[in-house]
Design a protein around this ligand. Structure first.
Ligand code: SF4
Length: 304
């Protein structure tokens, strides 16, 4: 359900210095501003966010030239509480710290947000280990990405960048970011007990299915959005035929590409993501890293 807005905007910042400078600007112009401070457990992934009126936010962007604003969306009450406790301890590798560099409304669902964060670490070495312990993740050795669903959030990891779609608010995004950070650190610390998996999945990621849907969110499939439909197809819960505009209606021209994508093929019928046999990009990735080249089934059994 969409949360009601209060006609203010909420802005996110890459770091505390920019948030502090923006808060100072608002005070100087006499604007009413509310600050949302991350609690200590979120200290490595979040900086304060500010809530202000639309006109005042516009003044910040146009007049405070030295302040970097990651972006802003309609303000809504936060849906999830922030955790209590101390700052995360222990080795920061391989994630390091995160800085939110983009905060925008999702194109297809205005009430949700898309967040991009740059990180100070490098996630690429941990991808094969995350791939081994996350059976539903989509690992792309050639694109150097790992994509998966975290609840209803679509998460894409790049070596030094994290992208989160469908965050309900900035606190929700911080919580997802901290979850990613904690998982990467934990799996990396445990890597001696995990057989890395370099096998790309042959199943198309939900996002690729979604890209080939009409994206009208018409609801004829029984889902509220095309993205929700694509995720359920991706998880094997429902079939593509549920999209009636494509399979029974006027948008049949989308059918062939959609079926090929969901089956893990490109438009020519070739496997889009290789199974792991032969001289694939995954093999060369394994060679470069000096990692053993094993099938993922073996890796996952080793985790049991
Ligand atoms: S029926 Fe097709 S176009 Fe309509 S919401 Fe479902 S997936 Fe999207």
């Amino acid at each position: 359900m969409t949360s009601p807005t209060d006609d203010r905007l909420i802005a996110a910042f890459p770091g505390r210095p920019d948030a502090d400078a923006a808060a100072g600007f608002f005070r100087r112009i006499g604007a009413a501003v509310e600050q949302i401070d991350p609690t200590p457990p979120l200290a490595l992934v979040a900086a304060p966010a500010l809530v202000a009126g639309r006109a005042d936010m516009a003044r910040l962007v146009t007049e405070a030239k030295t302040v970097t604003v990651a972006g802003w969306v309609d303000h809504r009450p936060v849906a999830r509480p922030m955790p209590d406790g101390p700052e995360p301890a222990g080795a920061p590798e391989p994630f390091g710290r995160a800085a939110v560099v983009s905060f925008r409304s999702c194109a297809t669902e205005w009430s949700k947000s898309r967040v991009t964060a740059e990180i100070s670490g490098d996630l690429e070495p941990v991808f094969p280990y995350l791939n081994a312990v996350m059976p539903s993740a989509m690992y792309g050795p050639e694109t150097r990405t790992l994509t998966y669903m975290d609840g209803f959030h679509l998460v894409t990891l790049h070596p030094r960048r994290v992208m989160i779609a469908k965050a309900t608010d900035i606190v929700d995004a911080w919580l997802v970011l901290e979850g990613i950070r904690a998982r990467a650190v934990s799996v990396w610390a445990d890597r001696d007990r995990i057989t890395p998996c370099l096998e790309p999945r042959s199943k198309a990621p939900a996002l690729e299915i979604w890209k080939r849907l009409p994206r009208t969110n018409c609801g004829e499939c029984g889902e509220s959005t095309c993205l929700a439909f694509s995720v359920r197809v991706w998880m094997g819960e429902i079939g593509l035929q549920g999209c009636r505009p494509v399979f029974e209606g006027p948008l049949g021209y989308l059918r062939e590409d959609l079926i090929a994508t969901a089956a893990g093929r490109d438009g020519t019928g070739r496997a889009r993501a290789r199974s792991g046999r032969g001289g694939s990009g995954a093999t060369s990735q394994a060679s470069r890293r000096g990692l053993p080249r094993r099938r993922c089934r073996e890796s996952r059994r080793s985790m049991v």
